[in-house]
Design a protein around this ligand. Sequence first.
Ligand code: SAM
Length: 212
Amino acid sequence: MAEHYFTARPSASHRIREVREELRGRPFSFLTDAGVFAKRRVDPGTRLLIRCLPLPVEGNALDLGCGYGPIGTVIGALSPGARVFLIDVNERAADLARRNLERNGVTGAQVLVGDGFEPVAGTRFVLIASNPPLRAGKRVVYEWVRQAFDRLVPGGCLFMVARTSQGALSLARHMESVFGRVEEVAKGGGYRVLSARRPEHPPGPQSRQPPE
Ligand SMILES: C[S@@+](CC[C@H](N)C(=O)[O-])C[C@H]1O[C@@H](n2cnc3c(N)ncnc32)[C@H](O)[C@@H]1O
């Protein structure tokens, strides 16, 4: 049976290659391998997402489902004041992400292996960015959105990219139902970048009063 890129321990023979990309006006170099997502080039959806991120950030930032780490590496490279976490369930991808942080001179970032937010239980973030694994099923991704709300500090933002043909519009509706508002910040090449902010203040008692 064909192996997915979200397998924990890919069995495909290694095929390390270097991918060079200019992102946010800076040159980056990434090692990729068989058995990881977007091994030939940085995914166009990921590129579009990276273009939209509000960088630099200060505080904790998270690249959820990091693959070989392009999103977290760029966040770290442009945000010397951030503590960046990168998480993936795929150990081979996580190993590459570690090497790619180092290759690109990013310090103050750490890569963790695990399922969703589980390795950072208790940590809150100013920014959560993800090109989520929609092929693993909407259920997983929708649960990430729900948990992201709780894991963001008030005023913190979630950025996600998805293919229009793989359910970006229903993902937008789900983000709106969880956060109250969603913004489509970019669209192109069949992808949409969606952003939602955790409100600074929870709804006050006034908004819960019944009309007179
Ligand atoms: C669409 S890929 C994006 C990879 C990378 N961020 C990029 O843009 O190139 C989604 C990633 O999510 C990871 N993933 C899938 N299920 C996961 C889970 N339950 N917990 C953590 N990561 C997961 C996959 O292994 C894969 O690397």
